[in-house]
Write a protein that binds this ligand. Structure first.
Ligand SMILES: C[C@@](CO)(OP(=O)(O)O)[C@H](O)COP(=O)(O)OP(=O)(O)OC[C@H]1O[C@@H](n2ccc(N)nc2=O)[C@H](O)[C@@H]1O
Ligand SMILES: Nc1ncnc2c1ncn2[C@@H]1O[C@H](COP(=O)(O)OP(=O)(O)O)[C@@H](O)[C@H]1O
Length: 288
């Protein structure tokens, strides 16, 4: 069906610090987002009438909550665009895994339709629209590996070493809202300067193992035994950490071979992917 197809890449949070809370209840974060070369594939077919429709449902995602449709409708209304689109998502990124699948699908929809509908909106305008779709969406529109603050919308590009990530996703979906609402969550981690992270990773391993932590990890591991089990397995093998609000856990390697050898040792039935780091969103050149 498609006029245009593109990757909606997954992300990792190399560390995730919760430093406070806004008056509206949203949490203030400091995090480094790493783009991956693996993700969903989106297909778009522009329509001459204003209908926005999905060709096939993403399993477990209702029409009303589908972030690709919400992104397309938000953009259409903002720009007063008379055109429509049919969208098909080939889903690879597991839902509720902390890999930003829904957010990335939404951002790729904004970037692709800005070009396909010939709207010529600036990246800054798209990022403003993006935050209304979710806290992680502005990062994917920004399109570079980034240090993020605020609720994730204040972004600064960072250069990260190239590397490979083994990402293990237990068979549970973590509800981000539930974890942010947990009373025992640490919400007062000391504010860092990005220079601290950059100095720590200089000359060290990919993934900046050891720098900072994920403040959601202990809460998620207590609630979801499957996540605790994966973290435990890695203890004797390689430094590993949860991404976002989970459930995925990742470890970083210098070569694909090293990642493959650890993947080969995983217990039977565990879902895993090996992904390489990506420097920028593949749609950036197309969308601007
Ligand atoms: C935790 C992170 C880290 O990158 O990623 P994921 O695990 O979801 O991938 C993000 O902050 C998640 O961003 P995103 O998944 O876009 O969240 P949203 O849909 O905007 O928010 C879902 C709910 O989480 C809470 N929320 C979200 C972001 C934030 N900074 N503070 C919050 O308290 C709010 O209750 C909100 O209603
Ligand atoms: N296209 C989409 N892909 C994935 N999830 C979507 C999509 N549209 C809406 N959602 C909703 O967003 C929720 C969060 O999904 P996702 O972004 O994949 O995980 P996470 O926020 O943990 O990174 C899903 O449980 C689903 O209800």
């Amino acid at each position: 069906m498609s006029d245009f197809s593109c990757l909606a890449p997954a992300k990792l949070n190399l560390f995730l610090h919760i430093t406070g809370r806004r008056a509206d209840g949203y949490h203030l974060l400091q995090t480094v987002f790493q783009l991956l070369d693996y993700g969903d594939t989106l297909h778009f077919k522009v329509r001459a009438d204003p209908t926005i429709a999905r060709v096939a449902a993403v399993s477990g995602v209702s029409e009303a909550s589908d972030l690709t449709l919400r992104a397309a409708r938000t953009l259409q209304a903002y720009a007063g665009c008379p055109l429509g689109v049919e969208i098909k998502v080939e889903k690879r990124i597991p839902l509720g895994a902390g890999l930003g699948g829904g957010s990335s699908d939404a951002a790729s929809t904004l970037l692709a339709l800005n070009r396909l509908w010939e709207l010529n909106l600036s990246r800054a305008q798209l990022q403003d629209l993006a935050v209304s779709l979710g806290a992680d969406v502005p990062f994917f529109v920004f399109g570079y590996n980034a240090f993020a603050q605020g609720i994730g919308e204040q972004l600064q590009a960072v250069e990260l070493p190239l590397g490979y990530f083994l990402v293990v996703t237990p068979a549970v979906q973590v509800a981000t809202t539930e974890i942010f609402a947990t009373r025992e969550l640490t919400r007062d981690t000391k504010i860092i300067k990005i220079a601290d992270f950059l100095a720590a990773q200089r000359g060290s391993a990919v993934g900046a193992d050891g720098f900072g932590r994920n403040d959601m990890q202990s809460v998620v591991a207590r609630k979801y035994a499957e996540v605790a089990q994966v973290l435990d397995w890695f203890k004797a093998i390689a430094p590993a950490r949860m991404t976002g609000s989970g459930a995925s856990v990742f470890a970083a390697f210098h070569s694909r071979e090293e990642a493959l050898s650890v993947q080969a040792a995983l217990p039977d039935g565990w879902h895993s992917e090996i992904a390489a780091s990506l420097e920028s969103h593949p749609l950036l050149a197309f969308a601007s």
